[in-house]
Design a binder for this molecule. Structure first.
Ligand code: KG4
Ligand code: ZN
Length: 340
């Protein structure tokens, strides 16, 4: 029997290079959402250095949690439960958040809820930042969920907030990882996703997707179709870009922007196709997208356009909740703790 129903949850997220804490009420209302990041330090290396990330987590965590309470105008007394990312992520980074949250839970004698980071990325659609509406109303379930981040590409059938069925995942690189690696090939730096997004947007005719410009440039990097299943594969596409650049990079008509555009088209086409196929198969009219790559403008455009034709409503979290944050952790934890 439940003795009390926690309403206000302090969430902690430290799975990678962001140190985040948030206070969320009733799984929806975000009172504070604080994020510190060591991203800049990793830029010089072209990717996340786990040792640096975990060291910064240790340095930031105390201040970030204190700031999340302060900006929510609350103290630990006002918190009913603590939520923390359990996995997946970099082990050193995860351990900082887990140890901190477990210690806090013990010291304050408040319940601890450990949350899956990937599922929380989809829940970001259901939380409401101050002065804004949530991207998706709470009653829109079941749904299909696509998580596209630096570490993951996963497709789910979501029956309720406690029941996520994994349909498929990437066999090799995650979508964001492929963006980051292709950006490195093109000399665009890290993180690569936003850089490719910007560069591709400058290609004449880049809007809408699958434009004639892409076809007329003659560059195509067909995605691995992975027919008959829900899995994805992006490493072949990335290698095709590498070979193309090696063969053509010094030619006078070479255009990095066209390469970026063709690569992006290829990735977003397969993501849109499989997600909407899953909506048809499971007869749902709600598609949730989450994770860092959900910020991609071509993905947003293509999925919206194709979903509309199919009678599916597609939801993307606001940009600030696409990237790693603790509001999504505290929000989902409400349902796990309360069995709602
Ligand atoms: O969800 P996230 O913050 O961290 C993980 O859990 O991995 O996602 C980071 C990833 C990076 O790979 C980054 O390149 C990608 O999201 N990303 C984008 C865009 N913004 C961030 N990829 C494509 N287009 C974007 N606009
Ligand atoms: Zn993430």
């Amino acid at each position: 029997m439940k003795t009390s129903i926690p309403l206000t949850i302090l969430g902690i997220e430290t799975s990678c290079d962001e140190t985040a804490a948030a206070v969320v009420q009733d799984g929806v209302r975000v009172h504070s959402n604080v994020v510190a990041t060591s991203l800049k330090e990793h830029e010089a290396y072209g990717g996340i250095i786990p040792e640096i990330a975990s060291r910064r987590q240790i340095e930031f965590i105390d201040g970030v949690v204190a700031e999340s309470l302060k900006s929510a105008r609350m103290t630990f007394e006002d918190i009913d439960a603590i939520a923390v990312t359990r996995a997946p992520g970099l082990i050193g980074s995860l351990l900082v958040g887990l140890c901190f949250a477990r210690g806090l839970s013990h010291a304050l004698n408040k319940p601890l809820v450990e949350i899956d980071h990937i599922k929380a990325h989809l829940y970001a659609n259901y939380v409401q930042l101050s002065g804004e509406k949530a991207a998706c109303p709470q009653n829109r379930l079941p749904a299909v969920g696509l998580v596209v981040s630096g570490g993951h590409t996963s497709l789910f059938y979501i029956e309720n907030f406690r029941k996520f069925k994994l349909l498929g995942t990437t066999r090799d690189d995650a979508a964001g990882e492929a963006f980051d690696k292709v950006a490195r090939i093109l000399g665009l730096g890290y993180p690569g996703g936003p850089a490719i997004d910007r560069l591709a947007a400058g290609v004449k005719g880049a809007v809408p997707c699958n434009s004639r410009e892409a076809a007329s440039s003659g560059i195509k990097f067909p995605p691995a179709p992975m027919k008959g299943g829900w899995d994805f594969s992006f490493s072949g596409t990335k290698t095709a870009v590498l070979y193309y650049v090696q063969r053509n990079g010094l030619k006078p008509d070479y255009s990095a922007a066209q390469v970026a555009h063709a690569f992006q088209e290829s990735v977003v086409a397969v993501l849109a196709e499989k997600s909407l196929q899953a909506c048809r198969k499971f007869k749902v009219n709600t598609l949730l997208v989450g994770g860092g790559v959900a910020a991609n403008s071509a993905l947003r455009r293509l999925v919206q356009a194709r979903a509309g034709v199919q009678g599916v409503d597609v939801f993307f979290p606001p940009m600030v909740l696409c990237l790693d944050n603790a509001a999504m952790i505290a929000g989902l934890a409400y349902h796990w703790h309360n069995n709602n």
